[in-house]
Design a protein around this ligand. Structure first.
Ligand code: ADP
Ligand code: MG
Length: 810
């Protein structure tokens, strides 16, 4: 097509192409003060022909008017002077539509430009966040009605959606009475019949309008849900079309169509929404640009976006209705790929930009790092080694590392971070490790201390910064960080954000734990801020790889998919309400063996008081049942010092049972704790449950996790089943994703991490995510800054510029 000759490799929308086809000969004729006017042959006929072609497109009415005016002006041969004026006027007329970004702006206009869509309806749409024509175009049908198959009235099935034809045998207003004193009113009713039987239609609202359409002896095409009323069948508020309009009401001429159905917001008629979308498609579809690489389009045999929109919103009679319904048609695929391609391009650009920043090259491991590796108290797993090699290679580069280290709880991420810290220290720089809570910071500190002591050669100078430490201690640590006396500092996100100065910060390790998606890269400053430190983000939420690559699109990914040897899977039991005896027995056995137990209660904002009360009561019950055991209650309303004290008591073994409402504090590692009881397990997310289960069985002795389900629905039942089936964090994450969808799964609603996609669904379309990603990487490889594809660069910037902070794109 013409697009390919543009040299940019990317076609603007069909409408823009068509406008420029009309404009080009006119511009040529007008160039250099009409110097070439004589040489332009057939100007009139070529303008008329290209205008006619443009007029066949789905374009806005003002463009239609402009094209018609131009076409009409050139319909007859023109005299010389007149010819010049006409050309000038035509160019003027076309100018707004030929300007850069015309289609983009037109698609961003409010839907009120559409006929039949007044401010009131627009307001209803706006409440849903649909404020532009583009929003309407991408509002894909949630269902398709197959009205090609007509039922006989006799065969109408109660409870089914059906389409049929019948003649109005009688109709009129009647009274209806409902239950309750004031219920009841006027309704419009019609009896329809064909040669097989009769059926009633009822309208409790809007009867006046219907009475003007539905009249005796008319032939109607009816679609709706069939219900039973006493001994007969009826349809309430069905959709009706009068067939008299088609060839004198003959049944065979009835329009047998596939009709799209939209999820309609309250306050809008389904018919009105459908009409608005149809208008938007008819007038704007060809303004949508086709951005996917031509090779991909050809390889997958995809329709254009405009054709896809038309096919989805106004399917042809011979369309594959199953493919439409399941969202697996090539039309869906085109729109999904277009959207994902733009997203992946944005991510690739952002990544490329970060990769160009100046970093701190850390020489490949010297003697200290080698010694640290050699002196570890255990052998690294293969997965740990692989991750370490990836990190080591990154550190050596003159650009900052941005890497996500993903791996299940207990897989040994901290060790890998430790090795990186030693390498950084050996090169004369510092490392900051940030944990989401003080308890976790303390836990990291202990793990690291153990490792640092195990290898004498590394001499890692290690410190921790917490809010509960004294001012003098904090001041001393600060001073040492500034002078370079500390190699590795551990603290919470918050503390390190408060402008701690480093002599030379070389590496920032962010432990996200399972608070996936929070990813606020801390603004850590050092005195040589011209160079950015390396960043390693650790997460214990296993995310399927393609999804991770998209969600964390600006990070490289290392996965530790293997647990250290000797770990046994935690036995998992599901207990229902009323089976409390079993739980108490398990608790008793555990305590008798000298082991410890957690009892975790959910706590959510909405029911905070009752949740906390439940935990308190349970704590009392347990105390009463085990008078010789020490039981502590840990919850979010305790201040940090009390929480720490309670945790410390549990770690020392001073308390045997820890009842807790907060999940994250349970993130610490107590090897002697072997029983995890999760109350109201149905109220926890799958990933959370998996994390909780990972708290036990960390030592020599096997662990048990008891999920107490109090009330279950389909979703929670599926979640619990997934947990019983598998102990593989990745498999569980996949299940979670399937059950809850990515938004919920990632807990990103609040954090806004998940880019809001219109048609694509990262979970459902994982396969297409990979396709789009490959295509985007290839595009960026060929044209790193998208400098040769201005249209594409503009589209990426318009769609993702702000979200991805792609300031310099476009
Ligand atoms: P994560 O941070 O990934 O949850 P940690 O790094 O805290 O895991 O490691 C969990 C425990 O496993 C720690 O006690 C650690 O010393 C131990 N560990 C780590 N790697 C290995 C290994 N390769 N072999 C044996 N034990 C290991
Ligand atoms: Mg950890």
């Amino acid at each position: 097509m013409e697009a390919a000759t543009g040299g940019e490799g990317v076609a603007p929308s069909p409408a823009e192409l068509a406008v420029s086809a009309v404009q080009r000969p006119l511009e040529f004729a007008a160039r250099d003060d009409f110097a070439h006017l004589d040489r332009v042959r057939d100007l009139e006929s070529s303008v008329v022909a290209s205008a006619d072609r443009a007029l066949e497109l789905s374009i806005p009415r003002d463009l239609v008017a402009a094209l018609r005016a131009v076409r009409d002006a050139f319909a007859a041969p023109l005299e010389d002077a007149q010819r010049r004026r006409t050309i000038e006027r035509a160019l003027q007329r076309l100018e707004p539509f030929a300007a850069v970004g015309y289609a983009e702006r037109a698609l961003a206009t409010a839907p009120t430009v559409l006929p039949g869509l007044g401010p009131k309806r627009a307001e209803v749409l706006a409440k849903r966040g649909w404020t532009t024509i583009r929003d309407l175009l991408y509002l894909l049908p949630s269902r398709y009605d197959d009205r090609r198959a007509l039922a006989r009235i006799e065969d109408l099935e109660v409870g089914r959606h059906a389409t049929f034809i019948g003649r109005v045998l009688g109709c009129g207003f009647g009274a209806w009475r409902g239950r309750g004193p004031s219920r009841g009113g006027r309704m419009f009713e019609a009896v329809l019949g064909d040669d097989s039987g009769t059926v009633n239609l009822k309208w409790f609202r809007g009867g006046d309008a219907i009475s003007r359409i539905v009249r005796k002896d008319e032939l109607l095409l009816v679609t709706g849900d069939v219900k039973r009323y006493r001994f007969s069948k009826e349809l309430q508020h069905p959709e009706v079309e009068v067939l008299e309009a088609w060839a004198g009401g003959s049944e065979s001429a009835a329009p047998r169509r596939i009709v799209p159905d939209y999820t309609t917001p309250e306050g809008l008629q389904p018919r009105a929404l459908r009409a608005a979308v149809q208008r938007a498609v008819a007038e704007y579809a060809d303004l949508v640009p086709a951005l996917l690489p031509e090779a991909l389009v050809r390889a997958r045999n995809l329709p254009t976006p405009a054709a896809a929109l038309r096919a989805l919103h106004a399917p042809e009679a011979d369309a594959d209705v199953d493919a439409l319904r399941s969202g697996s048609s090539p039309h869906h695929e085109r729109l999904i790929l277009e959207e994902l391609y733009l997203l992946e391009l944005g991510l690739a650009l952002r990544r490329a930009r970060r990769a160009r920043a100046r970093g701190i090259p850390i020489a490949l491991e010297g003697p200290r790092t080698r010694a640290a590796l050699r002196d570890l108290p255990f052998e690294l797993t293969r997965a740990q080694l692989r991750a370490w090699h990836e990190i080591r290679a990154d550190l050596a580069r003159p650009h900052p590392m941005n890497r996500l280290l993903e791996g299940d709880v207990g897989c040994g991420k901290t060790v890998v971070a430790f090795l990186a810290a030693v390498a950084v220290a050996e090169a004369g720089h510092q490392t900051a490790l940030m944990a989401p809570t003080e308890l976790l910071a303390e836990q990291h500190h202990r793990t690291l201390q153990r490792l640092a002591q195990a290898e004498r050669a590394a001499h890692l100078r290690l410190e921790i910064v917490t809010a509960s430490q004294s001012r003098t201690h904090l001041e001393a640590v600060r001073a040492e960080l500034e002078s370079g006396g500390i190699d590795l500092v551990v603290g919470t996100h918050a503390l390190l954000e408060e402008g701690v100065g480093f002599r030379s910060l070389g590496l920032v390790v962010v432990d996200e734990q399972h608070r996936f998606g929070v990813l606020q890269r801390a603004a850590l400053k050092d005195k040589t801020a011209a160079r950015q430190p390396h960043t390693l983000v650790m997460t214990a939420t296993p995310i399927p790889r393609t999804l991770a690559l998209t969600l964390y699109g600006d990070l490289d990914l290392s996965v530790i998919d293997e647990l250290p040897p000797g770990r046994r899977a935690v036995r998992t039991l599901l207990v229902r309400a009323g089976e409390g005896r079993q739980v108490m027995d398990l608790l008793r056995d555990t305590l008798a063996r000298g082991e410890q137990a957690y009892v975790v209660y959910p706590l959510i904002e909405a029911s905070q008081k009752t949740d906390l009360r439940a935990a308190r009561e349970s704590c009392e019950r347990i105390r009463a049942a085990f008078p010789r055991c020490a039981v502590d209650l840990l919850h979010g309303q305790l201040d940090a010092a009390d929480r720490n004290a309670a945790m410390a008591r549990f770690e020392r073994g001073d308390t045997q049972i820890l009842v807790a409402t907060t999940v994250i504090e349970v993130g610490v590692d107590v090897a002697n704790a072997t029983l995890m009881i999760v109350e109201h397990a149905e109220r926890f997310g799958l990933a959370q449950l998996h994390q909780l289960r990972g708290r036990v069985g960390r030592g020599e002795r096997p662990g048990t996790c008891v999920l107490v389900a109090r009330a279950v629905g389909d979703d929670s039942e599926a979640r619990l089943a997934a947990l019983l089936e598998s102990s593989d964090g990745f498999a569980i994450a996949e299940a979670d994703l399937r059950i809850r969808g990515p938004g919920e799964f990632l807990g990103t609603r609040q954090h806004g991490r998940l880019p809001d996609l219109r048609v694509a669904d990262l979970a459902r379309d994982v396969r297409l995510v990979a396709v789009a990603r490959d295509a985007a990487l290839e595009t960026v490889r060929r044209d790193p800054g998208l400098h040769r594809a201005s249209e594409l660069a503009r589209a990426v910037a318009a769609r993702w510029g702000q979200r991805l902070a792609l300031a310099e794109v476009g």
